[in-house]
Design a protein. Sequence first.
Length: 208
Amino acid sequence: MSLKIAVFISGRGSNLNAIIQAIADKRLDATIQCVVSNDAEAPGLLIAKQHGIETFALDHKGMKRVEHERVILEHLKTYEIDYIVLAGYMRVISPSFLKQWHDERGYFKVVNIHPSLLPSFPGVSGYEDAFNYGVKVSGVTVHLVDEEVDRGIILAQEPFPRFPDDTLQTFCARGLSVEHALYPAVLQQIAKEGIRLTPKKTKVESKK
Ligand code: GRF
């Protein structure tokens, strides 16, 4: 099916741009119904506008989380939307919001991209934390969002190397280019097959 999505951003919007390009190149069968931001100055909003995509910006400052989310939800109800796609959205989404956005199995129809191989390096500075830790391999994770931050079911992961002469900048740039390929590819998989889940636990038979 063709996926109808709302993309949530807070900043530069390079993943939004990658999704827009993938749709234009027909690598992703989707329509961006609306781009939502909690920051009216987010540069990514300009990318959306340049492509004729509707935007909705609502600054969260001075607003209670519940009220901020309520207004966004009200706005989203004016579109048909299958999935909310978080692309650098720097706000934690509350369980009460998530509960209004689930599939028939109870999984929240909200996906996120995180700049590390979760469960390592959750939080707002995945690349920096992994780099400063001294990892030799890092990566990118696309996951379903649930009530716990950066803990939802993993849909896809892609590793990338850290080279000895990397600076934080070259390391982040490598990761970001992985993100730009991975996120549209995972969204396309959702468009084609829906959410396919890998069982989390397997029973190990004990040898006698
Ligand atoms: C990306 O690194 C993403 O993984 C993280 O926030 C950053 C957003 O970058 N969640 P951009 O706004 O898509 O350029």
